[in-house]
Design a protein around this ligand. Sequence first.
Ligand SMILES: [Fe+2]
Length: 289
Amino acid sequence: MCFIVNRLKPALAYTLCLQTTGHLRKVPAHMGPGLLTSKQPLESVIIRPYCARMELGKGPFFRQLFESVSSTYTYLLADTESREAVLIDPVLETVDRDLKLVEELGFNLKVAVNTHCHADHITGTGQLKNRLFGMKSAISKHSGASADILLSEGDKISFGKHYLTVRETPGHTDGCVTLVTGDQSMAFTGDTLLIRGCGRTDFQQGCSRRLYESVHQKIFTLPPQCLVFPAHDYKGQTASTVGEERRFNPRLTKSVEEFVDIMTNLNLPKPAKIDIAVPANLVCGLHEV
Ligand SMILES: [Fe+2]
């Protein structure tokens, strides 16, 4: 495995070697100094894998990507043996970046899945379909949007030996889903649950009571150590856990009545792109193609 990845960029090669072999390792001398800021000799420096999952060496390849205008996270998951990959919530403006990464890493992107019909940005799914032969789009059957795969509760999105399970979590929109890895170590919560927050419920079939029930029944019942990866963050945070949100989420730790009251009085401005984004996202972002 390592000899194959050594042909790739040094940082990637190192990461994949760690993923395969697990645990802390000395930096191999041939990886070059690009990885290091220290002037210490390479062989004396220990670098940690960037997340504990990689240390375990069992989970799928995982990469969090960011689009700064809408503060949207896109997630790339892949099986490093079969090379099959899934992209969650791609954004139109970052399709080139995402495709380049997929190509560099030698992945075969099987599915681009949206956690819901977004109002703040246009999905990159349609562009990806145009440029990647055979790639399928997926979204909830309750979203009202067209896609190759219409998802329902309990459906599985497979990539190699890994899969994501669909949990329907309506409330922000009717068609919101949370995607959970097979081992329940990661949950991609879309706009249903954000870090110390949640998606708004004042448009697009929004219903705060439904969102509250979705979070409590479908997300807070996951293991407390399960990592929460939302569709957005506006304060620079990248991940949370179910346990943290159960304890510290300022809205969802309240009673349902208090929650409804908070959501009713948010008085947020209308998203700038809603009139363009929603119609476009109902057809995979391909409205003008
Ligand atoms: Fe949204």
